[in-house]
Design a protein. Structure first.
Length: 153
């Protein structure tokens, strides 16, 4: 189904019109529950974060970034991900440089898991302390989006 939807812009738009409101409702329920629980920090993985203006719903944004060649490699190893589908997915995304500039934090994911974990630990510690902090952007080609939102108890 994914290959068919990504090949047809009208079909993709119709599917998004159905799914996006449901996803937003589920996200709001989740955040409300975590606020009631007093959870100090939650992470939301939101595809097309900036493209859908979803960054406005959070306190901080962390962009998980990898070089373009690595993104291609990761996507092509997924079942039913043709070259055309990868091109279509990447074409819908804001360029990585723009995402990194707009993000509060940049997490490298193409330089080894240890470095990625160090960046994540720094971000969590900074946010839990209540600091704004900003990690330097990395010179890479594209990024996945991750949204970090502090719960307001």
């Amino acid at each position: 189904m994914g290959a068919r939807v990504f090949a047809d812009a009208t079909l993709l738009h119709r599917l998004e019109q159905i799914l996006h409101p449901l996803v937003r409702e589920a996200r709001e329920r989740f955040l409300a529950l975590e606020r009631r629980r007093g959870t100090p920090l939650v992470v939301l993985d939101i595809p097309l974060l900036y493209e859908t203006s979803s960054e406005r719903t959070c306190d901080a944004v962390a962009v998980v970034s990898a070089p373009l060649f690595l993104q291609w490699q990761r996507l092509r190893h997924r079942p039913n991900f043709s070259e055309a589908r990868v091109v279509a997915i990447l074409a819908r995304q804001l360029p990585d440089a723009q995402k990194r500039r707009r993000a509060d934090f940049v997490i490298p994911s193409g330089l080894g898991k240890a470095l990625t974990r160090q960046h994540i630990a720094h971000i969590v510690a900074t946010l839990v302390r209540g600091g704004a902090g900003h990690c330097d952007a990395l010179p890479v080609d594209r990024a996945r989006r991750h949204q970090v939102s502090k719960s307001h108890a």
